[in-house]
Design a protein around this ligand. Sequence first.
Ligand code: NDP
Length: 274
Amino acid sequence: MSLTYNFSGKVALVTGSSSGIGAATAILFAKSGANVVVTGRNATKVSEVAKQCLNVSPKGLKALEVVADVTRDEDLIRLVDTTVQTFGKIDILVNNAGMAVRMGFEDKDYMNGYKQQLQTNLDSVVFLTHICVKHLEITKGNIINISSNRSVQTRKSYSAYSMSKAALDMFTKCIAVELGHKGIRVNSVNPGAVKTDIGRDDTVGQSGVIPWYEKFGKLYPVGRHGVGDDIANAVLYLASNESSFITGSVLVADGGHLAANMSLTHNFVGKVAL
Ligand code: NDP
């Protein structure tokens, strides 16, 4: 991949960077010269991604590894403190850590799953952003939230996930308005189906063996599902000076899924509607 951006001297903290979209984003920031903070709950995966960052960093910069659970406030405080102690500042915060659980609204355990997803996908973002503002104000930094195109589209048995992402989009817009005068921009990237671990048990089709991203990706106007770099490139654009007039925006990166009015709830494929 050719280098598009230069983030030399910048510090990028990417939550959920032990895997998937977050890992691709951390690695692309490292490749573009940034100091990167790699974080997640799985220490082994955090270390693996940190190694990949080091390997691609033009100046051989070592990524900071922080094992942390975003649902624990004390972990998030430690994450920010360690970042600032190590690098002296934060320029870019990417709120990417997230989870999606398939569960029907009438499932017995619905409320537990609901709370867990809201805590992970929304509450953690609000808290981490809150404690980062004073650092981002100094650097006139950037916040990029990783939402989903499901924030505006239902899929059966994913109500809590969609609600968490819909609220996240509104959070992006609200705080973009409040933080603009401090020179902080806030945007979101809303992916469609991207091949990562998030849906590893989510299969579709009669035999139930087709990974969901394969099925939906094939139907997308671009003819394929996304990969981590598709989203990472959108994040780096929003973190760059090239997007300095953009704040409070929701950048949909979904291969045309929403534009094509594709439904994930009902299968209209092959049907003709007049
Ligand atoms: P992955 O499952 O590959 O990655 C999720 C990341 O989040 C992991 O690094 C995981 O780290 C971290 N994470 C989850 N829960 C916690 C927690 N409690 N504390 C700390 N870290 C946590 O999924 P994706 O890369 O696909 O997901 C990244 C983001 O992209 C999510 O917000 C998701 O909603 C969004 N998204 C993804 C789409 C897709 O098709 N893949 C589509 C639309 C949006 P660890 O396991 O080490 O804790």
